[in-house]
Design a protein around this ligand. Structure first.
Ligand SMILES: Nc1ncnc2c1ncn2[C@@H]1O[C@H](COP(=O)(O)OP(=O)(O)OP(=O)(O)O)[C@@H](O)[C@H]1O
Ligand SMILES: [Mg+2]
Length: 396
């Protein structure tokens, strides 16, 4: 799955679009040189947005846009061509959402595409989930080091994804001993993961709902036990089973974890389609992320999409994103700046994305949500649990 499919555009225009995004589109931009087979490509790639470039004549571009609108109404179409009043009128009729001038300033190119991506995500979110082939996206937030912002990111992911898909997100607090998702989201859970573990033998897709705590932002949480002693009642198998059940019920399962890579975190990763790796701007963090990635390779945790998030990215004495990238060997997906609003929001129990404020931190968090929000990617490398869990058992 890619976010953006370009057609009717040469490598030069592709390069400009990449540049507008500072290279952060990674592998999510594809170019289809042959507009003839484009409808088939769209079925395979399931892009959020198709951009039709200036190598096609206006008539050919509009006819292609009309076909996409008929066959794939969930896909947003933009024209990458010189806008003009006559073209606009015809483009609107053909179902085109925007016309972006190929030589527009890079920030304008980016803004145009970001608005198209948002529209694509909204169209996806409004579509009924495909039945019976239910797919879910299990996103586990991990970091080798404590205090790196896992809970801040996980709670905002849950609230942000719930804006795209209300009622379809559950956050699991797998920091069993000291998890603080409940505080960070001002929840008072009646039931926790420890209660769910105690009832494990009788738990199924219907009864598990009784252990979730609803949040006003239309997401749910399976909160951590009330005490470290109770945490001992939750085994690794319990954790795997609960995540498996939840991924059958919710299109999005977000998992917050304890610092480091304990057995529970590895079980969650094995059940995941995506891992969000949190790094900070110090050398030790970059080194530990590199070691964690090596460990994942050894453990066969290779099919999950890896999203490297640089937290407190503007810390003055820290390394630049490029240094982190070269130390870790992976591109930074999103950089979240340092801001007092993060601890404030956690202390108040109101995740930043719950409010409508537009700040650099909320924009970065929103970008991460959009990255992870493309539901159709959920089938992913291996949809949720099954085979990964089997592989884990086989490697131990
Ligand atoms: N971008 C940021 N800017 C400023 N403060 C931040 C930022 N991200 C996180 N923090 C603060 O850092 C502290 C640790 O964050 P958080 O609790 O989310 O980390 P964690 O990885 O979940 O920690 P633990 O390993 O203890 O569970 C909190 O006080 C939080 O408010
Ligand atoms: Mg935490």
């Amino acid at each position: 799955m890619s976010r953006l499919l370009l057609t009717g555009s040469g490598p030069e225009l592709e390069g400009r679009v990449c540049k507008a995004f500072d290279g952060t589109l990674n592998g999510e931009l594809r170019r289809a040189d042959d507009p003839g087979g484009l409808l088939d490509w769209i079925a395979v790639e399931q892009p959020l947005v198709v951009a039709i470039g200036p190598s096609l004549s206006p008539d050919a571009a509009l006819s292609l846009a009309g076909s996409i609108d008929r066959c794939h109404p969930e896909v947003v179409v933009v024209l990458l061509t010189e806008p003009g009043p006559d073209l606009w009128e015809r483009a609107l009729r053909a179902g085109v959402r925007d016309v972006i001038a190929p030589d527009a300033a890079l920030p304008d190119v980016r803004a145009g595409f970001e608005s198209a991506f948002d529209a694509g995500l909204r169209r996806r979110a409004c579509r009924p989930a495909p039945e019976p082939e239910r797919t879910s996206r299990v996103i586990t937030v991990v970091s080798p080091k404590g205090g790196s912002g896992k809970t801040a990111i996980a709670t905002n992911l849950a609230v942000g994804l719930a804006k795209l898909a209300p009622g379809q997100v559950v956050l699991v607090d797998l920091d069993l001993q000291f998890g603080d998702v409940a505080n960070a989201m001002r929840l008072t859970p009646d039931q926790t993961i420890a209660d769910a573990a105690r009832a494990a033998a009788a738990i199924d897709e219907t009864t598990i709902k009784a252990y979730l705590t609803a949040h006003p932002a239309e997401c749910f949480a399976l909160c951590a036990p009330h005490s470290p002693a109770e945490a001992e009642e939750v085994s690794v198998d319990h954790a795997s089973r609960l995540i498996e059940l939840l991924s059958g019920l919710f299109p999005y399962v977000v998992v917050d974890t304890a610092a480091g890579l304990d057995e529970w975190t590895l079980a969650a990763l094995e059940a995941s389609t995506d891992m969000v790796l949190l790094a900070s701007t110090d050398v030790a963090s970059a080194r530990s992320i590199r070691k964690a990635l090596d460990a994942f390779d050894l453990l066969g945790l290779t099919t999950q999409r890896r999203h490297l998030v640089l937290n407190r990215a503007d810390a003055r004495v820290g390394l630049a994103a490029a240094d982190i990238e070269s130390a870790v060997g992976t591109k930074v997906t999103v950089s979240v700046p340092s801001s007092r609003s993060v601890p404030l929001s956690m202390n108040q129990g109101i995740p930043i994305l719950e409010s409508a404020q537009r700040t650099p931190v909320s924009r970065a968090l929103g970008e991460l949500v959009n990255r992870l929000g493309a539901l159709n990617a959920a089938a992913g490398p291996e949809s949720a649990t099954g085979s990964l869990l089997r592989r884990r058992k086989a490697t131990r």
